[in-house]
Write a new protein. Structure first.
Length: 233
């Protein structure tokens, strides 16, 4: 399969995910794709770090590592990769742009390779998977990232290829950043491996990790309720 065939396959796959006749789904996706919706999640992740680290230095190190993740994922993508590659978003694509289902007149910027939503959310998810080592939290964060990816396909602002490359970039950056974080953390604070039914192997209380999962669930419930309201607006 040559490059042009891959591009055409990407276009056809996008049209399978893009849009629907459902006003409920339109409203749900509009809520889920908004960064403001996930502020409680970010706060709960910060609370998890704050609650389970003893010193300000340990907290600052983790916050700095997350900041580097975001800088190397979404910021690099938006400022360098998208303008450099110059691949049209589906909503602006000269071939299929006219048949893409537009929700609430939202088309995004001109260029879409690769997806900042995908690399940012997956970068955060993978970093906290490594950091906390809670299976439930890891699964929840990965699903959260994939839900965000689905919203971008539904809205027609990214091709599946944009999403896949964003996920790969986010995973690689998060893993590399965690590797350096781990080395710095071990050098500065030593290495403690916890063996307990209450703590993860990296020293996080399972109960505190479950709070983050609960916030995720409550946020999804909020999004569902808000989508119902869109039916009557």
């Amino acid at each position: 399969m040559d490059f042009e065939s891959l591009i055409e396959l990407d276009r056809q796959l996008l049209l399978q995910f893009n849009g629907s006749p459902s006003l409920f789904l339109d409203g749900l996706v509009r809520t889920l794709t908004s960064a403001l919706t996930w502020i409680p999640l970010y706060i709960s992740l910060f609370y998890l770090v704050l609650k389970n680290k003893d010193t300000a230095s340990q907290i600052v190190l983790i916050v700095a590592a997350v900041g580097v993740c975001l800088l190397l994922t979404g910021t690099v993508d938006d400022l360098i990769v998208k303008p450099l590659v110059g691949r049209w978003r589906p909503t602006h694509d000269p071939v299929i742009g006219s048949v893409v289902d537009i929700v609430n007149d939202y088309r995004g910027g001109r260029f879409g390779f690769f997806s900042a939503h995908a690399c940012n959310t997956f970068g955060i998810a993978v970093f906290f998977c490594w950091l906390v080592r809670s299976r439930l939290l890891s699964l929840s964060l990965v699903l959260w990232s994939l839900v965000n990816c689905w919203t971008r396909l539904y809205l027609g602002v990214h091709f599946p290829g944009d999403i896949l490359c964003g996920l790969l970039w986010g995973a690689v950056i998060a893993s590399v950043v965690y590797f350096f974080y781990y080395r710095f953390n071990r050098k500065l604070f030593g290495q403690n491996r916890f063996i307990s039914s209450q703590y993860t192997s990296t020293g996080f209380l399972y109960a505190d990790a479950d709070i983050v999962v609960s916030v995720l669930v409550l946020t999804l419930i909020y999004a569902l309720l808000r989508a119902c309201l869109f039916l009557y607006v």
